[in-house]
Design a protein around this ligand. Structure first.
Ligand code: ZN
Length: 188
């Protein structure tokens, strides 16, 4: 991909994702002609921080420095009003039962909707009372950004393991060409 077309692909993808946020419910659907579902609060809205950063790197000048490219307040309304089970846990949509999967990804999406930015630039939009505020979550690893930073620091300090396998061993043949072509792809 050359410079212009990468930006175009990112914009196309952004347009697809933001169109998955439903005008009436405020939550996200998984794909066209599907009903809104609480877990896509993370699977779809969690893409917007990634696209925001990728477009920023591509030099997009129209990007907000305060908001992601979706209606953060409307998503919070959907999760808080429609996805809570009164006895605890969160769900897909009213009428469905609670489960750990939807509890996790509704909360993760709520966190994305509440926190804009990264560790340097941060802007909060908390719907309702302050006690609704969640800790920020990392859009790739879905754990607190500080923990991601600590993990990266830890692994960067470790020495690169020596490869003690015999040349020509089957694992060698499988892994080496893949690694090489992946890094070449990333650089082109
Ligand atoms: Zn779901």
């Amino acid at each position: 991909l050359n410079h212009v077309s990468l930006s175009a692909v990112l914009l196309y993808k952004t347009r697809w994702v933001v169109s998955r946020q439903m005008r009436f419910e405020g939550g996200f659907q998984g794909r066209c002609n599907k009903l809104v579902d609480g877990c896509y609060s993370f699977w779809q809205a969690g893409l917007l921080p990634l696209l925001h950063r990728a477009l920023f790197k591509e030099g997009e000048s129209e990007l907000s420095r305060q908001r992601w490219m979706f209606e953060q307040q409307a998503l919070q309304e959907y999760i808080l009003l429609c996805c809570q089970n009164p006895t605890g846990g969160l769900l897909d949509k009213p009428g469905k039962s609670r489960d750990f999967y939807h509890t996790c990804y509704c909360l993760s999406g709520l966190s994305i909707a509440q926190h804009f930015g990264n560790m340097d630039l941060h802007h909060k939009i908390i719907l309702g009372r302050e006690e609704n505020r969640l800790a920020p979550t990392h859009p790739v690893y879905n754990i607190c950004p500080e923990k991601v930073a600590q993990a990266l620091q830890h692994f960067h300090r470790l020495p690169v393991p020596q490869d003690n396998r015999q040349p020509g061993a089957s694992a060698d043949r499988l892994s080496e060409p893949t690694t090489a072509s992946t890094s070449a792809d990333l650089q082109s």
